[in-house]
Write a protein that binds this ligand. Structure first.
Ligand SMILES: *Cc1c(COP(=O)(O)O)cnc(C)c1O
Length: 360
């Protein structure tokens, strides 16, 4: 039988957050809530939904493979040229393309642990290695990550804010890293939660782009824009980097519906402001309730909260039986997405019911 290379056979597949339908099918329950995948609980932009109806009549046509209108709107908004923007089927695809463009088998990439697991999966898919540097105080330890760079290192992955911990790195820390890194290394700055950040110390990564650094900034329409189901994200980098990545980008990687919807969502400031407000209020409520329950939690710059807990799998399973889906992170933590007020309340009630007998 045909066999993949050993580095593919040994991949542990990505486990997505459990879908609501799956849980309800398995347990024969209804009315469950999902706070497991950092989706926007407010929903998609209504303006984006409107345009989708118009687009459907042209679905016999291939999409614009260059994504002209969306790239042009993004370029204008970011004060860069269109040639500095690349669209992806989710920013996930762009991570993958960056790895395949700039890494060879036997190279390595530096990343934090725990961080977004897709980084190491992408790297392993071509027989390259991951150097995983433990977080310090739940935050990327950028000095240690810079020290971990070898002569085989091609990419350094930074999630800012980090998933699963919701922490961010400051301008100063990032500046020091950018100064110290060797020149022939690509920094992939994954800013999936960029629009949620409220800390004034948050770094404007466009600064390093403007300085001509080898940086690929990744953003997405999956989180605050509420379009996770459409799969669309974008990268910002110097044109030399975009040009090389475009050689490996499938010609029609983003479809006509997602391009049009993203273009509308980008300008729907009402939806974005409202989503940010719902998140801030949800955060405050959850901080208060977790404090009341004596549950340790990491302050977040994103739309999810990381809680170091004992026996996270048992906790996760018990919450599932109460119709509440969260994300277990290894054996020692759970991550919960900030939901709508009623969802947050439902989570706290279930959490309280589940931890009481455990802590007795
Ligand atoms: C959700 C997320 C993404 C976005 O993935 P898409 O493919 O754009 O949906 C990227 N990076 C991190 C760290 C994330 O949490």
């Amino acid at each position: 039988m045909v066999r993949p290379p050993e580095y593919v056979a040994s991949i542990k597949p990505y486990v997505p957050g459990k879908p609501i339908e799956e849980l309800e099918r398995e347990l024969g329950i209804t009315g469950s809530i999902k706070l497991a995948s950092n989706e926007n609980p407010v929903g998609p932009s209504p303006l984006a939904l409107e345009v989708i109806k118009e687009i459907t009549k042209d679905l016999n046509r291939y999409p614009d493979g260059s994504g002209h209108y969306l790239r042009s709107a993004l370029a204008e908004r970011l004060s860069v040229k269109q040639e500095n923007i690349i669209l992806g089927n989710g920013s996930n695809e762009l991570l993958d393309i960056a790895v395949r463009t700039f890494m060879r088998p036997g190279d390595d990439a530096v990343m934090a642990h725990p961080s977004f697991v897709v980084y190491s999966l992408a790297v392993q898919s071509l027989g390259a290695g991951s150097i995983q540097v433990p977080l310090k105080d739940f935050t990327h330890d950028l000095d240690a990550m810079t020290d971990a760079v070898t002569e085989r290192t091609r990419i350094v992955f930074i999630a800012n804010p980090n998933n699963p911990t919701g922490t961010m790195n400051t301008k100063e820390e990032l500046d020091r890293m950018m100064e110290r890194l060797p020149e022939d290394i690509l920094v992939v700055m994954d800013e999936a939660y960029h629009e949620y950040v409220s800390d004034p110390e948050y770094a404007d990564s466009m600064k390093w782009f403007s300085e001509g650094k080898d940086i690929l900034i990744l953003r997405t329409f999956s989180k605050i824009y509420g379009l996770a189901g459409l799969r669309i994200g974008y990268g910002i980098a110097k044109s030399e980097i975009v040009t090389e990545m475009n050689k490996l980008r499938p010609p029609f990687n983003t479809n006509s519906i997602s391009q049009a919807a993203a273009l509308k969502a980008l300008d729907d400031t009402g939806h974005i402001d409202n989503s940010r407000r719902v998140n801030e209020e949800g955060k405050r409520y959850l901080y208060g309730e977790l404090g009341r329950l004596g549950i340790r939690h990491v302050p977040t710059e994103a739309n999810f909260i990381y809680m170091p807990v004992e026996n996270s799998m048992a906790l996760y399973e018990k919450l599932l039986r109460l119709g509440v889906i969260v994300r277990p992170i290894g054996p020692g933590a759970i991550r919960v997405t900030v939901g709508l007020p009623e969802e947050n309340k439902r989570f706290i009630e279930a959490f309280e019911a589940v931890i009481k007998p455990l802590s007795r």
